[in-house]
Design a protein. Structure first.
Length: 292
């Protein structure tokens, strides 16, 4: 694997934090390679920032192997269908950050307090807001210049969400959004509940026009093969793997993690490269919209 490329760096960075779910590391690395092209002038908002790790890594932030998603889990929820990551365990320490991101967000918003606490600890968000993005967002009209969101599809209404984004954006402000295509549902038969709605290229263009935006950029990403790998993945056994890892000493945990990453890295890189080679019939759109 060419270790000096930005693509390889993204893949390794996401694998470092998602090592027990390599299919999620693959998804996030591919998404990061697309999302990193967006320009996010201040004041900026990461809408649905979660624990902040995706945006932090996309912006160039990196961690040492000591830190990952699995430092903050509720093991009682493992295997019960709940969100085992909606928990506080060991927050990221400054000593574990090996590279600072190229930029910061002025705001990070999420509906889960535990995830927002993890995001705060990164030092990546100047301010945070705890709120349900299905309702009115806690900013005055025309107060932000840019918004990024990779979770809009978890909200009830795409149109209501875009109208609210238009309200808080300044004239000429931009929204950068990850939107699922109907192709996602065709590829992900096990995880159809991961999105509440989908939009084709024609549908999101019409939606943008209807809500007062104009399209300035669009990229398809996440090939059918990538989505099928993610759909199968290690989710059924992830809870057991996490429980096993939590019973190890710190030294044994670190040694096992590095060995595991060495094992899965080659096949993830092959999948990553194949995703880049395939025609853009991907299951997601990354779109840039400008407020008219």
């Amino acid at each position: 694997m060419p270790v000096v490329t930005e693509s390889a760096s993204l893949l390794d960075a996401h694998l470092n934090v998602h090592w027990l779910r390599p299919e999620s590391a693959l998804w996030d690395a591919i998404a990061s390679s697309v999302v990193a092209r967006a320009e996010l002038p201040p004041p900026s908002l990461d809408l649905g920032c979660g624990n902040g790790l995706f945006s932090f890594i996309t912006a160039g932030g990196r961690f040492s192997p000591e830190y990952d998603w699995y430092r903050n889990v509720d093991l009682e929820r493992a295997g019960e269908g709940g969100d085992l990551y909606d928990a506080l365990g060991t927050l990221p320490r400054r000593a574990w950050i090996t590279e600072e991101p190229r930029h910061q967000f002025d705001w990070g918003l999420d509906a889960k307090a535990t995830l927002l606490e993890q995001a705060k600890a990164l030092g990546f968000y100047r301010q945070t807001a705890l709120a349900d993005a299905n309702g009115r967002l806690p900013w005055p009209d025309e107060s932000l210049q840019s918004v990024f969101s990779n979770m809009l599809y978890w909200l009830t209404s795409a149109e209501a969400a875009l109208r609210e984004l238009r309200r808080i954006l300044r004239p000429g402000g931009r929204a950068w959004l990850c939107l699922p295509d109907p192709a996602f549902l065709a590829c992900c038969t096990r995880r159809r509940d991961a999105v509440r709605w989908t939009v084709s290229a024609e549908e999101w263009e019409a939606l943008a026009a209807r809500t007062g935006f104009r399209a300035i950029s669009a990229t398809r990403y996440l090939s059918p093969l990538t989505l099928k790998v993610w759909d199968i993945g290690l989710r059924p056994v992830a809870g057991v793997l996490i429980k096993m890892v939590h019973r190890l000493s710190e030294a044994d945990r670190l040694a096992l993690k590095l060995e595991w990453m060495d094992c899965v890295r080659p096949f993830l890189w092959e999948l990553y490269e194949q995703d880049q080679r395939e025609p853009r019939s991907g299951g997601f759109h990354f779109v840039g919209l400008e407020k008219g």
